[in-house]
Each structure stands twice: as C-alpha cells, then as structure tokens.
Design a protein around this ligand. Structure first.
Ligand SMILES: *[C@@H]1O[C@H](CO)[C@@H](O)[C@H](O)[C@H]1NC(C)=O
Length: 325
C-alpha cells in the first residue's frame, strides 16, 4: 500500500516534471491587424514596428509597438504586394514585390497610400501567371526572394524561381523548379540558409557563404509529408531564434512548429485559433515576441486574417535587415 507522504512526494515530482515540460506561451491578437493574405512580417528595430503585407490587396501594414496600433496603406495603382523590405538609409522607402516587379515605394508609415517611386528590377516577364511571393534580406543586406504561379496549379506548373540580388549587381537565379517560393532564414553562427518551397512539403538547409552569398549542398531538415497526400501539411513562412531553432508556419495546420534543424525534432507546437498560419518574425524591444501573420483564403471564418503576438516562448530572434540598394 502507498503511504500518503510517499504519494505526495511522487505527485509533487510529477507536477514539477510536467510544468517543466509545458511552455506557458500566450497567443494574443494585435488590434485591427486584419490582412486577407497576411505575409512577410519584418521587425524594424529602429522604428519598433512590424511591417507586413496583405498580398492580394497590395496592402502595406505597420504595427507600431509603442502605440499598439496598426497603420495600413495601399500601393498606388498596384493589385499585389508580395513583401515589404525597408531600404537602408532611406527611412521612407521600401522595396515591394508587385507582380513580377520589385518597386521602390515611398511611405511614411501613416498615410493610407504608398506612392511608387521607380522599378528596381523585374523577373520572369514571360510568365504572366507568376508573382513575387516571400522575400527577405540576408544579414548582409542582400535581396533573396522567389516567385510562384498564382493563376493555375502551382503544384503542377513549377515555374517559380528563387533569386538573389545585390546592390550594384545583376539578379541571379539561386534555384529554379520551384512551386511556391516561401520561407527564408539565415543562421550566421551555423553558416546556414534555410528555405521552403511549400509544394515540396519540407524545409531545406544549405551551407551558406556569408561573404559571397552563395548557397550550396541542400539537405532536407524537416519533412511535413503525411502518409496520405491530402493530409500533407503546407509549410509557409520561416524564422529562426538565436539558438538556431526554426519556426515553421503551416498554411493548413493552425500551428507553428519549433524545430531543431540538427535533429529534425519538433521542440514545441504553437497553436492558433485559426488555420492558415503564413509566417512569423521575432520582434519587440527585447526581440522575444513572436509576431505571426495569418490568412483568410477560401472563406475561412473569423478570426482568420488576424495578426498575433506570442509571448512566453523563452526565446529571442533577430530584427529584420534593411535592403542595401
Ligand atoms: C529558457 O531557455 C534557456 C536557454 O535555452 C534554458 O536554459 C532555460 O531552462 C529555459 N527556461 C525555461 C523556464 O524553460
């Protein structure tokens, strides 16, 4: 028979064990943060603001941390905005992916309209059904971004490509045969680049030379294929924490998976009250808040399209890097 005090000790040990394992993270919506296809969150440390896009509304959004308020603008005369990247040394200028062009737009972060200044470069002129999807700057300020087919079946017509562009240089293809070019992340300590093509249902790592910006030696580090293709999870946006763990958003999974890319092990599943989780970025004054964009595609009910903050993750990440042009 179990002695009462012995039972209490065992119970206390069990509870301590469970509490130690359970991360007490908290998911909260940002006020008035709706985007029908929210994407591309980028933390701007200087302005303590999260920039993101509403792709199919050509929308630019800025969440001001100190005001706890979201400002929204439309890119004048455009119908798509795949990403928004602040430009180094030009506080009111941003590179925005409109269709297959990268435009420089002028926005003060408050006005409801962002004005087009000029075209920086253009890709795939012949592929009218393609558009820019996710893009980021690497830690050296180089552009990396990719395209996808948005009219027709992007799982069948793999006409997307991943590109690199450096100030003063030419645009070059990093990878062709891409279905939906998506998440990007870099780890300077591990000398790695991580990349997601959603239609491959996996996250790949590349050895990355930070001096030259060249990615080599692709390897699968996380696989989201299930036994039945209709159950495959769709990996979307990507970010990384300062310990090198990846945060993989799933477009049909209501979940961000925190993954150790060295082992492929899931360390944490961060759950949301809506299904289409598109991307995430660390931000806030201590870079310990995970900001998360979502979508409301194909008639997803409310709160689809809300942008969230996740606190209590006991992790920090990196602010976004301005694009050097
Ligand atoms: C927080 O993370 C650090 C570094 O990984 C770890 O040592 C510590 O145990 C963690 N704390 C909690 C409460 O999980």
């Amino acid at each position: 028979m179990l002695h009462l005090s012995e039972f209490s000790v065992r119970f206390a040990l069990l509870m301590g064990f469970l509490c130690g394992l359970t991360m007490s993270y908290k998911v909260e919506p940002l006020p008035d943060s709706y985007a029908g296809l929210g994407e591309g969150p980028h933390w701007d440390a200087e302005r303590q603001s999260l920039y993101y896009v509403d792709i199919e509304a050509a929308g630019l959004l800025r969440y001001d941390y100190n005001q706890n308020k979201v400002y929204k603008a439309k890119v004048e005369g455009e119908s798509l905005a795949g990403f928004v990247l602040p430009i180094e040394g030009k506080p009111q200028e941003f590179a925005v992916g409109c269709g297959r062009r990268v435009l420089i737009v002028n926005w003060d972060g408050i006005a409801p309209v962002a004005k087009v200044v000029r075209t920086l470069f253009e890709v795939q002129k012949e592929y009218e059904s393609n558009r820019w999807n996710d893009a980021k700057t690497d830690p050296k300020g180089r552009f990396f971004g990719g395209t996808m087919r948005y009219i027709g079946d992007e799982f069948v017509h793999r006409h997307g490509e991943l590109y690199k562009w450096t100030a003063g240089g030419q645009i070059s293809v990093v990878k062709s045969d891409v279905g939906i070019s998506n998440g990007l992340a870099w780890d300077e300590k591990a000398k790695k680049f991580y990349y997601i093509d959603t239609t491959d249902y996996e996250v790949k790592s590349y050895d990355f030379d930070f001096e030259t910006g060249v990615a080599t030696n692709p390897k699968v580090v996380f696989n989201l294929r299930k036994t039945s293709p209709k159950d495959h999870l769709l990996p979307d946006g990507l970010t990384i924490d300062s310990e090198g763990n990846l945060y993989v958003a799933t477009f049909n999974g209501a979940t961000i998976f925190k993954v150790d890319p060295n082992t492929g092990k899931v360390l944490l599943e961060i759950k949301f009250p809506t299904k289409q989780i598109t991307s995430s970025a660390f931000g806030g004054p201590n870079l310990d808040i995970l900001y998360v964009t979502t979508a409301a595609k194909f008639d997803q009910p409310s709160p689809a399209g809300t942008t969230y903050k996740v606190t209590g993750l006991n992790a920090t990440g990196y602010a976004g890097t301005n694009l050097k042009i």
